[in-house]
Design a binder for this molecule. Structure first.
Ligand SMILES: Cc1cc2nc3c(=O)[nH]c(=O)nc-3n(C[C@H](O)[C@H](O)[C@H](O)COP(=O)(O)OP(=O)(O)OC[C@H]3O[C@@H](n4cnc5c(N)ncnc54)[C@H](O)[C@@H]3O)c2cc1C
Length: 359
C-alpha cells in the first residue's frame, strides 16, 4: 500500500475516504468541531448531495425552493414547488465527512502542518511530529501559505464577508443582489439569515452599506456572528498536480480553485474533484468530470461582469424568458446553456458578448 498524506478539511476528508481504498492515509487538519471557523453560507444544491451520495438529513437547517435576483431597479425570481437546495450546518457536515474518513481507515491528526520538506519523501512537520510519504494532497482551503512555501501557483480570489443576522426575508427563497463584481446574498436559515457579500476591495464597507440600505425597507436585527473568507477564482490552466522526481503532489478544493465562478460555491465541485484523487491521472480525471462545467461558470461570470451596468435590462429579459431558467442546475452550468433559446441568445443584449466571451 502507498502512503498518502492529506492536509486539509472537508474536501480533504471526502477525498481521503476514496484514497483509503488503496492507500495508507494520514489526514492532517488543524480544526475539529467547535474550534472550526466557518466561512460558508452553507447553501448546497439538493442535486449536489445526490451526486456526492451524501445523505444531508443530519445537517439540514433549512430548505429553499428558489432564488430572487435583484438589480438596482428590478428583480427576477425562479420559484418552484420543490426543494432545490439545502442550507446546512457546515460544522456538522465537515465533521460527518471527517468521521466517515476515519471509519474508512484514515488516520486523523488534529494538528497544523507547519512545514513541508521535499526530499526522498514529503516530510510534513507538525508541532509534535513528522509524517513522511511519497504522495501528498493539499486541500488546505483558501490558505495558500504552503503553496507559497513550495513555490506553487496561487489563484486570484475575491474577499467575502458574511453576517448571521436577523433579517426579514422569505423563509424558503434565497436572494442574490447583483453588484459590479459579484453579488450580495441573503440566505434564510431559521429565525435568522446569512447575509453576505463577495467582491474586490473592502467587503466590510460594502456589506455594511448593503445592510444599511436593507434596513430602509426591512426589519434587520443584531449581528449574531461574523464570518470572513476568500473565494478563489477558477482558472482553467491552474496546475493541480506536481511531480518532484518520484513524489506526487495533488491539490483539491479551494486549494485548487475548484470553485464555481458564478456563485463562489466550492463544496460540491471540490468533492467531485476529490473523488479523483485516487485516479492514476488526477488532473485528467477531475477535468474530464467537471472541467467544462467550471469553465462555463467562469464564462457566465465574465459575461455577467461585462453586463454589470445593464443588470436591469438583463433581469427584465430574464423575466420574459423565465422558462429557460426553471430546469437550471446550480452546479451544472451546461444545463442552462442547453436551455438557451435562439430568441434569447439573439437578443441584442446577449449576442455580442456571448460570442466575445465564448470564442
Ligand atoms: C463567505 C463564504 C461563503 C461561502 N458559501 C458557500 C456556499 O454557500 N456553498 C458552497 O458550496 N460554498 C461556499 N463557499 C465556499 C466553500 O466554503 C469552500 O469552497 C469550501 O469550504 C472548500 O473546502 P476546502 O476543504 O477546500 O477548504 P476549507 O473548507 O477551507 O478547509 C480547509 C481546511 O484545511 C485546514 N488547513 C489549512 N492549512 C492547514 C495546515 N497547514 N495544517 C492543517 N490544516 C490546515 C483549514 O484550517 C481548514 O479547516 C463560501 C465561501 C465563503 C468565503
Amino acid at each position: 500500500m502507498h502512503k498518502t498524506i492529506v492536509i486539509g478539511g472537508v474536501i480533504g476528508a471526502y477525498g481521503a475516504k476514496f484514497l483509503a481504498e488503496n492507500n495508507e492515509v494520514t489526514l492532517i487538519e488543524e480544526h475539529k468541531n467547535e474550534n472550526q471557523p466557518v466561512h460558508c453560507a452553507g447553501l448546497i444544491s439538493k442535486s449536489g448531495f445526490e451526486r456526492l451520495k451524501i445523505n444531508p438529513d443530519k445537517f439540514i437547517l433549512n430548505k429553499v425552493r428558489g432564488a430572487k435576483f435583484f438589480s438596482q431597479n428590478t428583480s427576477f425570481e425562479i420559484r418552484t414547488n420543490d426543494t432545490k437546495a439545502y442550507v446546512i450546518n457546515r460544522k456538522m457536515f465537515d465533521n460527518e465527512l471527517l468521521n466517515s474518513a476515519i471509519d474508512s481507515g484514515v488516520r486523523f491528526i488534529n494538528e497544523r502542518a507547519i512545514d513541508i520538506q521535499v526530499s526522498e519523501n514529503f516530510i510534513v512537520e507538525t508541532k509534535s511530529s513528522e509524517f513522511r510519504a511519497k504522495n501528498l494532497v493539499m486541500a488546505t482551503g483558501a490558505n495558500y501559505k504552503l503553496h507559497r512555501k513550495l513555490n506553487l501557483d496561487v489563484p486570484k480570489f475575491l474577499n467575502a464577508l458574511q453576517y448571521e443576522i436577523f433579517a426579514e426575508c422569505e423563509s424558503d427563497m434565497v436572494e442574490l443582489h447583483l453588484t459590479k463584481d459579484f453579488f450580495a446574498w441573503i440566505i434564510p436559515v431559521m429565525d435568522y439569515a446569512r447575509v453576505g457579500i463577495a467582491g474586490y476591495g473592502n467587503v466590510k464597507e460594502k456589506l455594511d452599506n448593503f445592510i444599511k440600505n436593507l434596513k430602509q425597507h426591512r426589519k434587520v436585527g443584531e449581528i449574531l456572528a461574523r464570518q470572513a473568507g476568500l473565494i478563489p477564482i477558477y482558472t482553467p490552466k491552474f496546475k493541480t498536480e506536481y511531480k518532484f522526481s518520484d513524489l506526487n503532489l495533488r491539490l483539491a478544493g479551494d486549494a485548487a480553485a475548484q470553485v464555481k465562478a458564478t456563485t463562489g460555491g466550492g463544496v460540491v465541485m471540490g468533492c467531485l474533484a476529490a473523488r479523483h484523487l485516487a485516479d492514476k491521472n488526477y488532473e485528467n480525471g477531475w477535468r474530464m468530470e467537471i472541467g467544462n462545467e467550471l469553465y462555463l461558470h467562469l464564462m457566465f461570470r465574465k459575461f455577467l461582469n461585462r453586463k454589470s451596468i445593464k443588470y436591469d435590462d438583463m433581469l427584465m429579459l430574464a423575466n420574459k424568458h423565465k422558462h429557460i431558467f426553471y430546469s437550471a442546475d446550480m452546479d451544472i452550468a451546461s444545463k442552462l446553456l442547453k436551455n438557451l433559446t435562439a430568441e434569447f441568445v439573439r437578443h441584442p443584449l446577449m449576442i455580442t458578448d456571448i460570442f466575445k466571451i465564448l470564442f
